[in-house]
Design a protein around this ligand. Sequence first.
Ligand code: HPA
Length: 271
Amino acid sequence: MLTHDEVKQSADFLRGKLPFIPEIGIVLGSGLGPLAEEIEQPVCIPYGDIPHFRVSTAPDHAGRLVCGTLSGRRIVCMQGRLHGYEGYAPDEIAYPVYVLKELGVGALIVTNASGGINTGFEVGDFMLIEDHINLTGKSPLTGANDASLGTRFPDMFAYAPALREKALTAAEQCGTVLRRGVYIGVNGPQFETPAEIRAFRTLGADAVGMSTVFEVIAAAHCGLPVLGIAMITNMAAGVLNKPLSGAEVNEIAEKRGGVFRSYVKTLVETL
Ligand code: HPA
């Protein structure tokens, strides 16, 4: 269960370690961690040092907060996140979002690697997440609600229109194509069957992934404006006539990492 007391303890610990109060939080998805290397005068804090934080086991997820400046803005990055498929409960996955809000962050950018369901997309594309479908069947808000964190029944118009506009403007500024669409969040770790992907397309999804939805629910719950950017690292199961692999996801994330980093730098400048 999420409690404001624990959140305050985590935030107090971080206030004692960080050089300043960050303005923007960024959650870095699979293969997107190297963005944190671009942060100037970084202060790195392993999740294991922070009271009540859990430690990520996913490959390529460094598992630390990196705080510093990027494009002149005060940033805190989660270099690595937790996933349901690692065995973490939804509230454990969402917990850091409340801590960032408590710290004083005013906007959260969540990024992820996704499979493209929309056949108009191409591998390597970026997609602005306009909305999501939580297909995990779970919620980080299950159980008693600490009303000082947020309301019992939060509205889920979560992806702030003003931030979405800025994301599109930033893409224009750096000449990057930014697709738009609906993200469907699943538990994993297995990739989907082709039949599942056809069903997800019918439901209105454009991209699929194994993260993001719990963090965004938490952000909506505690009133933190959120922006979501997905990198399409592969076409989803059955779209192309080839098997999927985790290696392919990382390969594409690495290949497109440079473009992603320059886009995010422009984006944080405009936020
Ligand atoms: N499915 C689920 N999660 C993913 C995928 C996918 O095809 N690609 C990257 N993360």
